[in-house]
Design a protein around this ligand. Structure first.
Ligand code: HPA
Ligand code: ZN
Length: 345
């Protein structure tokens, strides 16, 4: 008996741990919100938006990502954006997500912090009620801004701090090492929140060391370039540190030249707790399922690898231990009920 790769992965219970909600803005919704809010777009039509998504590096993407976010203005916009993502996650067999949002992208242009958070929180409640998908929210600081601005954002976030599961660090990596934010993340940890940082996407292994030793992160987002440092790899494996890897993002941002060169298989074989995620799927050409399936085909992930990746997505999550155990048991039951060999379709 054999089973198709995509059907097997769709049915496998999975969590998504690296997803920027602003990066799920599909061109269709961008146009709809631009019309709703009277915002002018620099594109003639939806095809022109898609043609513009041709990036040589992280910064070229970020320039369009921040421009696209300008159409998000009301609580309803943030709600609709997040609900569209939850529906796609559900269709891909995702059951849990831990998603980033970038408040500074919005507060800097006069959108109140409350508008952003309340829109996202209402969608999270609706997704749980209507789809059975659970979701935790991660506030993310923009690292191209100053540490003082991150402190100011933390002060603005004060009324909602108990609604967040963690605080992350994203945006332009090169020239903005984790150490730039040492004091603000010490304060975040003092508040009992989990700490995450994008590190080793474009930045050197030293940035991963800093994320571990100076920010004391609970997860590393990306982490690809850690593979250049054998001592670091040994440490990450020994400590069971989760890496939230994003294969189609890596391809679109030229972190890898070809998906066949992607280090996912190597990461798993090295004993790293790697996970597969979609990062900014509206910009990078695929949601969670596409990331699993295209990576599996490109680097020959086995049935065992795919099950391990799904397991890692829960053991690496910030869910309570009882929920992690329940999801792991669901994966085991699914694997037992679907024992066939996988065929690449
Ligand atoms: N890297 C850094 N910052 C980001 C990304 C990313 O992949 N996506 C959205 N902000
Ligand atoms: Zn990211």
């Amino acid at each position: 008996m054999s089973v198709s790769l995509s059907a097997f992965v769709r049915g496998l219970p999975k969590a998504e741990l690296h997803l920027h909600i602003e990066g799920t803005l599909e061109p269709e919704l961008m146009f709809e919100l631009a019309a709703r809010n009277g915002v002018a777009l620099p594109y003639a039509d939806i095809e022109a938006v898609r043609r513009a998504y041709d990036f040589a590096n992280l910064q070229e993407f970020l320039d369009l990502y921040y421009a696209g976010a300008q159409v998000l203005r009301t609580q309803r916009d943030f709600h609709d954006l997040a609900m569209a993502y939850f529906r796609r996650l559900h269709a891909d067999g995702g059951v849990h997500a831990e998603i980033f949002f970038d408040p500074q992208t919005h507060t800097e242009r006069g959108i109140p912090f409350a508008t952003v958070v309340e829109g996202l929180l209402s969608a999270i409640a609706e997704a749980e009620r209507t789809l059975g998908v659970t979701c935790g929210l991660i506030l993310s600081f923009l690292r191209h801004l100053s540490e003082e601005q991150a402190f100011e954002t933390l002060r603005e976030a004060e009324p909602w701090l108990d609604k967040f599961i963690g605080v992350g660090l994203d945006s332009s990596e090169l020239g903005h090492p984790p150490s730039k934010f040492a004091r603000v993340f010490a304060e975040v940890r003092r508040r009992g929140l989990k700490v995450l940082a994008h590190a080793g996407e474009e930045g050197p292994p030293e940035y991963v060391h800093e994320a571990l030793d100076i920010l004391h992160v609970d997860r590393i987002d990306h982490g690809n370039r850690a593979l250049e440092d054998a001592t670091l790899v040994t440490r990450l494996a020994r400590e069971g540190m989760t890496l939230t890897v994003c294969p189609l993002s890596n391809l679109k941002l030229c972190v890898v030249r070809d998906l066949h060169d992607h280090p996912m298989k190597r990461m798993l074989d090295l004993g790293l707790r790697a996970t597969i995620n979609s990062d900014d799927p509206a910009y990078f050409g695929g949601y969670l399922l596409a990331n699993y399936v295209e990576t599996a085909r490109a680097v020959n992930l086995s049935r065992y690898d795919l099950i391990q990746l799904a397991r890692n997505s829960f053991t690496g999550s910030f869910l309570p231990a009882a929920d992690v155990a329940r999801h792991l048991a669901e994966i085991d039951a699914y694997a037992a009920q679907n024992p066939g060999e996988l065929v690449a379709s």
